[in-house]
Design a protein around this ligand. Sequence first.
Ligand SMILES: [Zn+2]
Length: 250
Amino acid sequence: MVSNAHHDLVLLVRLQGIYDAIAESIAERNAPPVEIRELDEANRLRQKELEEFEQQIETHEEDLKEVRKKYAEWEVELEHFQKQKGMVTNEREFTAVISEIDYATKALEETSARRQELEESITRIGEEITSRRETGPEEEATHSEVVASWERRKEKLRKKVHQLAKKVATIEGELQPKNRARFLRLLESKHGIAMSAAVEGSCSVCHFALRPHLQQRVRRCEEIIDCEHCHRILFIESALATHDGEGADG
Ligand SMILES: [Zn+2]
C-alpha cells in the first residue's frame, strides 16, 4: 500500500500539471487578442446601427401608410366640394364651398409634402444601409490576417486541449479510484487547484504552516495527506523524486 500512495502522488502531481495546462489553453481561447475584440465590437456596433436604420424605415413606412390614407380622404373631400361648387345657388353658399375647397387643397398639399419627406427619408436610409453593408466585407478584409491567425491559434489550442484530455484519461485510469475521486472533488471545489507543494514547512497555496509531524508524513510519501487548512493534497517535490523507483521503503 505504501508504494501505491507514492505512485499515486507522482501521478496526481503530473495530473495537476496537465489540468493547469488545459485551464491555461481554455483561458487563452476565451481571451481573444485586442484586435479581435475590437473587430467584434465594431461589428456589433455596425449591426446595431443597421438594425436601428431598419427600425427607422419600418416606422417611416407605418407613417407613410397613414399619410397615404389621409391623402386619399382629402381627395374625396375635395371632389365632393368641387361637385357642390357647381350646385350652389347663392353667393354665401359659394363662399362657403370655396373656403372648404381651399382648406382641402391646403391639406392635400401638406399631406403630399409629408409623404414626399417620408419617401425621401426611406430612400436615403435604404441607401445608407446598402453602403454600410458594402463597406462591411472591406473592413473585414483589412482584419482578415488577424482573424485568420486567431482562428489558427484557436484550432491549435483546441487540439492541444484534446491531447491533454487524452493524457488525463490515461493517468486517471492508473490512479486508485478513491484517490482519483478525491482529486477530482478538490479540483472542482478548489477552483482547479487540488494539489499543493509543501515549501519550507508551509502549504504553498494557502500558506498555512504545517505541523512538523505532518511535514514528516508528507515527506515519507506513504499516504495522501491534506493541508489542514485548505485541504488540498500536499506533496514535497524532492521527496517524490527521491522515492521515485525505490518502491516501498517505509
Ligand atoms: Zn493549504
